[in-house]
Design a protein around this ligand. Structure first.
Ligand code: ZN
Length: 154
């Protein structure tokens, strides 16, 4: 399936617009092929196909976690590398924003109602937050900003 993501407007499949949450879900398992187009939309150059997350990154995250990072879940199979702060909300591909989760059992944002947030590099560093819980989200965002600020000055 080919999903086209234009500079402006929604991503589409065969001209049918897709909701951002669906694009985010597809992106996790996607192979990305960048295509440079001219002003009329005609292809000018085609880049190399790459998985959205490199196999090396996924391997590092799986090795760090060893099991599902959902609190109370100890599954070790069927895990996917999940973006804690969703890509569609500005989350990046850094290991500190990734965790192993059995996404078929747990419904996480942007499709689900909850976020798994915190520091995945600490064994007990992640907490579940309802994405409607604005005070908790604001506190975690502030902690994250301080952590980012700290790493920028290292
Ligand atoms: Zn799990």
């Amino acid at each position: 399936m080919v999903v086209e993501v234009p500079l402006r407007g929604p991503a589409t499949v065969a001209g049918v617009p897709l909701p951002d949450a669906m694009v985010e879900q597809l992106r996790a398992q996607a192979v990305v092929e960048p295509v440079l187009v001219d002003d009329a939309g005609a292809p000018v150059a085609v880049g190399r196909c790459e998985s959205a997350l490199s196999e090396k990154t996924k391997r590092v995250v799986r090795r760090r976690d060893g099991r599902c990072r959902w609190p109370g879940c100890d599954r070790r199979t069927g895990l996917e590398v999940h973006h804690l702060w969703p890509r569609s909300w500005g989350g990046d591909d850094r290991i500190a924003n990734l965790a192993s989760v059995c996404t078929t059992h747990h419904r996480l944002a942007p499709q689900g109602p909850r976020l798994l947030l915190g520091n995945p590099n600490h064994p007990a560093g992640l907490v579940l937050v309802d994405h409607d819980d604005l005070p908790a989200l604001a506190q975690l965002a502030a902690e994250r900003a301080r952590a980012d600020d700290g790493s920028a000055h290292r």
